[in-house]
Ligand binder design. Structure first.
Ligand code: SF4
Length: 277
């Protein structure tokens, strides 16, 4: 692997939710000038898609300025925003529509109680249904769901909710006890291989006629798919050790320092889905 096509950029590790399955790091943010320097490297390398995530990316105060800079430097680049949705309001949603090609919201269940219990808060569900209603048919919409022992039986019902909208992708992450709170709460949230497989089978059956790309993200995918930059510019290998800092090191050094065995597999799956449409 000597090229990457997409980047997951955790632009800030700050967050306004308190999810009990969260595995973010608690690194500091970089300045706008430093992040522009990283963006220049990504553009020069030929990156086709950047997903801003976190933490909550809307808490990075220069997010829109950075996105604007990237779009000016490379108009064809796809920008994606993965947000918990709480900070979206009438003042910023038109800017989001102008700068981003994709937006991703998190839905964990059809139950307010579950979102409250896992630390997302009691307003998370209604706020994000409102967000989906607003963004529906205006931008490419994606839903992320973390599958845990506590919500696994409710996940098929999320489909009943989201199939009413023009959702392009639904990604179901297997709860991954790698770091931070996710590690502390392993016993409470972990699901077995068999349960995860059964969930996958069930989701594939109920979505089989739908025009939506379904992605499942198991442990192996976490470890071998993503070129993820943390808020301080570091990258980590699949054991969690820092391997490089993209601000100081070259992209080539960063690419060779982590396992990206399945990086292109995801791109191919997406292109296959687009071709089928
Ligand atoms: S899982 Fe995401 S939304 Fe929840 S606390 Fe962690 S970074 Fe924030």
């Amino acid at each position: 692997m000597n090229r990457i096509y997409s980047v997951c950029w955790n632009i800030t590790e700050k967050c306004n939710e308190l999810c009990e399955f969260c595995y973010r790091t608690l690194a500091e943010d970089l300045s706008l000038a430093e992040n522009k320097a990283i963006a220049d490297k990504l553009i020069e390398h030929g990156v086709e898609k950047i997903t801003f995530a976190g933490g909550e990316p809307l808490l990075y105060k220069n997010l829109f300025e950075l996105a604007e800079y990237i779009k000016t430097q490379k108009p064809s680049i796809l920008l994606s925003l993965t947000t918990n949705g709480l900070l979206i309001n009438k003042n910023n949603r038109e800017t989001i529509l102008r700068l981003f090609d994709w937006i991703t919201f998190d839905l964990e269940s059809t139950s307010v109680e579950y979102h409250k219990m896992v630390g997302r808060g009691e307003k998370h569900l209604s706020k994000n249904v409102d967000n989906i209603l607003f963004f529906n048919n205006k931008i490419n919409l994606k839903i992320n769901t973390v599958a845990t022992k506590q919500n696994i039986n409710d996940i098929p019902y999320i489909w009943e909710l989201i199939k009413r909208f023009n959702i392009k992708r639904w990604k179901i992450f297997r709860y991954y006890p790698i770091n931070f709170k996710a590690q502390d709460n392993e016993d409470y949230f972990s699901i077995t291989d068999e349960d995860y497989k059964n969930l996958k089978d069930r989701i594939m059956i109920i979505t089989k006629d739908a025009n939506v790309q379904i992605d499942f993200n198991d442990f192996e995918d976490f470890r071998t798919t993503y070129f993820s930059i943390f808020s301080n510019g570091t990258l980590k290998d699949n054991t969690g050790n820092v391997t490089c800092n993209i601000l100081q090191d070259s992209i080539a050094e960063c690419i060779s320092s982590i396992d990206l065995t399945n990086h292109m597999t995801r791109k191919k799956a997406y292109e296959k889905f687009i071709d089928k449409k």
